[in-house]
Design a protein around this ligand. Structure first.
Ligand code: ADP
Ligand code: MG
Length: 292
């Protein structure tokens, strides 16, 4: 690659809302055939809102939300913010949790007035031996309509659940359609559960869904595709996407996301807007023509 054409295209990249960290990433972008996308914060706004609170028999919903909010005070996850905002809007107070712990990709745990409490996905409840069957049908319905549902355990028993919805970004649908027209296969890889992930993916016409992914699962997916001869770009915004971004032929960070995501990626979409990928491919193709 000649430095001149690379400099020019880096400039053009910036105009297209894409920050290019290395010239190789831009060159490789021209020949990518598979795009892996994270869901939360990449396809969606990453600003979920509280939509539902359910209590198990004998408990009240305000108590469920209060305990959930108590746990989330110690968390920096976007889901935590949704729950805290929801509680605040309803004027619900929370006591302080002790022994707080965040479990990546699963949820949060702590103690409230001496009682062990936990909030997170089905895997967390399984790990803690909390039986979730009492609310299973309602949880399924919420997930099938695109909600992310977090279960609340109290003293080893299911106390209730809270549901949040994260709206799809306005530009996502058209970006996915255009990338499809360019012949890319698009795979969603998310830490969220399968039902919620599928509801969002089907609306967008995404080709394949990998749900319940831990950070290392996203990375392994990319390594497998590359071993199969695919040329893989990965777009993500979170700390949990960093290993996958580094493992891809082209890592694409959302400029609105975590610093480690940006540092692990070859390029950054400044507005966090997926249409930047379409523009980056145009710049990449023009650059490759220029060099050859
Ligand atoms: P994503 O890939 O969607 O950004 P994560 O890998 O961060 O998701 O988390 C996966 C799942 O673990 C979430 O959908 C949620 O159910 C649960 N979880 C993670 N962090 C928290 C938290 N702070 N509070 C409640 N649940 C959480
Ligand atoms: Mg994310």
């Amino acid at each position: 690659a000649t430095p001149i054409s690379v400099t020019t295209s880096a400039g053009r990249g910036a105009q297209a809302g894409v920050l290019i960290r290395n010239a190789e990433a831009l060159e490789r972008m021209a020949s990518v055939d598979t795009l892996i996308v994270d869901k939360t914060g990449t396809l969606t706004e990453g600003r979920p809102r509280l939509t539902e609170v359910l209590a198990a028999d004998g408990l009240d919903r305000d108590r469920v939300l209060s305990a959930a909010a108590a746990l989330e005070m110690g968390s920096e996850h976007p889901l935590a913010e949704a729950i805290l905002d929801g509680a605040r809007e309803k004027g619900i107070q929370s006591d302080k949790v002790s022994d707080f712990e965040a479990i990546t990709g699963k949820g949060v745990t702590g103690k409230l007035a001496g009682v062990e409490i936990s909030l997170g996905n089905s895997a967390l409840m399984r790990d803690l031996g909390v039986d979730i069957s009492a609310l299973a049908d309602q949880v399924d319905d919420l997930r099938e309509s695109g909600n992310t549902v977090m279960l609340l355990g109290m003293g080893g028993k299911l106390a209730g659940c809270v549901a949040v919805t994260d709206p799809v970004k306005a530009t996502t649908e058209i970006a996915i359609r255009t990338l499809h027209e360019q012949g890319l296969k698009i795979i969603m890889a998310t830490g969220d559960n399968r039902k919620t992930a599928k509801a969002v993916a089907e609306k967008l016409g995404i080709d394949q869904v990998e749900a319940d992914c831990l950070p290392e699962d996203k990375k392994a997916l990319i390594e497998k595709l590359r071993a199969d001869g695919k040329r893989v770009a990965m777009a993500g915004d979170g700390v949990n996407d960093a290993p996958a971004l580094a493992a891809a032929d082209v890592g694409i960070a959302m400029g609105t996301g975590a610093d480690v995501a940006v540092e692990s990626a070859g390029m950054t979409l400044l507005g966090g807007d997926l249409e930047g990928i379409v523009r980056a491919r145009k710049v990449a193709k023009a650059t490759v023509r220029n060099i050859r």
